[in-house]
Design a protein around this ligand. Structure first.
Ligand code: HEM
Length: 568
């Protein structure tokens, strides 16, 4: 049976609603919604500007458009936000472009959730472009981002959850025989402050790595990370969280040796728990309901998991150990709150999952979906242990059986370990591409699998930790430039610049003649280039790209490149 909701819980709900007022609407995933000139179009007059509109507001300072001609020469690069339209990025073109086929390559960072997306398409001036937009699907997750998010949540749990436990669960029991545990709970809150601080640093560095291509930890002091603070939505939210963290630190220092104001601590912990929702997948969905749900979900998680951590802290061995009977009442108080939280987490979690996974097949076919399945399993384990505590442990404590408090410590410890793993999986989901976006991008990619006459070829392959982008320009019979751009997946997609050798082996479509071998030369910007590869037959070439690195296995990726005859 669910008892009366404690007044403090309703206060929390009101606070969450107040914080929500800061969250305005945004659109869906940062896909390209419209382009001018449009993909595959043939236009007769040279445009003055390339204008791309996305489904989410973008960070202009961290986004760009590049225009190349069929020979692969870069014609223009950069991009400014359109006036009064945060969804649109424009690249101004100087002078009249000659008739040719052009490739527009874009890379944007969403202001809604801080995630990056990229793609390319071609259009022709005075001639047909023919190829559909090329879509890059990057489901990789930055480990640094996951660590940052894990630390954020651990910090919020140890402040909000511990403070709520101290007020709602432990303090009422002080008159019923529970010993004072202020010092231990305070130390847990200090640990929360340390976790939150580490989460702020790691998260900022991880986002700077995505937005500016810089690397951890140097970007924390070389200006790349601080550059985000004034120039991105992520940076603004980060400043708000950092402000709360400073206040929390000051409060813990000033009240050293004195009782803590648990109410104040709850408020700060609540802020730390909910602020990340303002740059999240929920925010990118563009509905206030989704953001409110994300905030409630994160609040519920912090309260429950922080409460479990507080239990461990108070149950650690001590000379004044609490009696089984006095503990049973505290367990009952905690269970009543936890029941509400578990319901909130399950209902809100399913609501969020249905928005991000719109087809059951995606549960196994995407990283996001698989993470959601693992999360469901971990949640079931936590639920089972919590049920054991309510149905088996609590009645025995109530009967005063003194051998059961250690059992309580063990089951709560088990729940806490599962919760720590659950935070990892949640952070993986929040850091990667939602399943629904992967499925949309796959559909776009399927529709653009053909390379028609005169269009550059673009393909992507992954070997171990290396992702390879391969471009063949102009992508028709004759002399072609082949550009290989390798990236390190586990290092926030850093460009791999230290390959000892990049070799391309090309087998011709009819299998006649020897395999062609080219050594690509570093071009200085993270790419390796074969300036003039003679692909002298129409048809599908089999290209093998071998990247050699000191101290690592060769990364070998394969591509099927269809080379058409030149147009007459
Ligand atoms: C039926 C159970 C649950 C489902 C279906 C579920 C689903 C979700 C979904 C879809 C998200 C959004 C991820 C994104 O931003 O793309 C999320 C976030 C999150 N969930 Fe759950 N959840 C469940 C239970 C829990 C539980 C029990 C906890 C913790 C005890 C938890 C902790 C979190 C956290 C911390 C986040 C935010 C991650 C971040 O932003 O870094 N969830 N959950």
């Amino acid at each position: 049976m669910i008892r009366r909701v404690p007044p403090r819980v309703s206060v929390l709900a009101v606070l969450v609603a107040v914080l929500m007022l800061g969250a305005g609407p945004a659109a869906a995933h940062a896909d390209l919604v419209s382009a001018d000139p449009s993909a595959n179009s043939r236009i007769d007059a040279a445009p003055d500007v390339v204008r791309l509109t996305f489904s989410e507001p973008i960070e202009p300072a961290h986004s760009d458009i590049r225009l190349r001609n069929l020979a692969g020469e870069e014609i223009a690069a950069g991009g400014q936000p359109a006036q009064d339209d945060p969804f649109t990025l424009e690249l101004s073109l100087a002078g009249d472009l000659p008739d040719d086929v052009y490739t527009v390559a874009w890379r944007v960072v969403s202001a809604a959730d801080g995630h990056e997306s990229a793609g390319r398409y071609t259009f022709g001036i005075g001639m047909a472009a023919g190829s559909a937009a090329r879509v890059i699907i990057d489901e990789s997750v930055s480990p640094l981002n996951v660590i940052g998010r894990w630390l954020d949540m651990a910090g919020a749990a140890l402040t909000l959850g511990v403070a709520a436990f101290a007020t709602l669960v432990w303090r009422p029991g002080l008159t019923q025989g529970l010993p004072v545990r202020n010092d231990r709970l305070r130390r847990a809150a200090v640990a929360g402050w340390v976790f939150a601080g580490a989460g702020l640093l790691v998260g900022l560095s991880a986002n700077a790595a995505v937005m500016t291509g810089s690397s951890f930890p140097a970007n924390l002091w070389d200006g790349s990370a601080s550059g985000l603070l004034g120039s991105s939505a992520y940076g603004t939210v980060w400043l708000g969280r950092a402000g709360l963290w400073v206040i929390l630190g000051a409060m813990l220092a000033i009240r050293r040796g004195k009782p803590l104001h648990w109410g104040m601590l709850s408020l700060i912990g609540l802020g730390l728990a909910v602020l990340p929702s303002l740059v999240s997948h929920a925010r990118a969905l563009g509905s206030a309901d989704a953001v409110l749900n994300d905030m409630l979900h994160r609040t519920g998680a912090a309260l429950w998991v922080g409460g479990l951590a507080a239990w461990i802290v108070v149950l650690l061995p001590a000379p004044d150990a609490p009696s089984a009977k006095s503990l049973s009442k505290a367990v009952s108080r905690f269970s009543n709150i936890a029941r509400l939280l578990v319901m909130l987490l399950a209902v809100g979690g399913l609501f969020a999952a249905l928005q991000q996974i719109n087809d059951g097949g995606l549960l196994t076919a995407t990283v996001y979906g698989r993470a959601a399945v693992v999360k469901g399993i971990l949640f079931t384990g936590m639920f089972a242990l919590a049920g054991f505590n309510v149905l088996v442990v609590e009645p025995r404590l109530k009967r005063g059986i003194e051998s059961w408090p250690p059992m309580l410590r063990m089951t709560v410890g088990g729940e806490l370990i599962l919760a720590a793993a659950l935070f990892v999986v949640s952070a993986v989901m929040a850091s990667g591409l939602p399943a629904v976006d992967v499925s949309q991008l796959r559909a776009q990619a399927d529709a653009s699998n053909t390379t028609a006459d005169g269009a550059p070829y673009f393909g992507m392959g992954i070997a171990g930790d290396v992702m390879v982008h391969l471009e063949v320009l102009p992508g028709r019979v004759g002399a072609n430039e082949i550009v290989v751009s390798p990236f390190v997946l586990s290092d926030s997609n850093r460009a791999l610049t230290d390959a000892t050798r990049v070799q391309i082996r090309a087998a011709s479509p009819d299998g006649s003649g020897p395999e062609l071998t080219f050594d690509a030369q570093p071009s200085g910007d993270g790419a390796y280039v074969v300036a003039e590869a003679q692909l002298d037959q129409a048809g599908t070439w089999h290209l093998q790209v071998v990247i050699e690195q000191a101290g690592a296995d060769d990364a070998v990726t394969e591509f099927e490149v269809t080379i058409p005859l030149p147009s007459s």
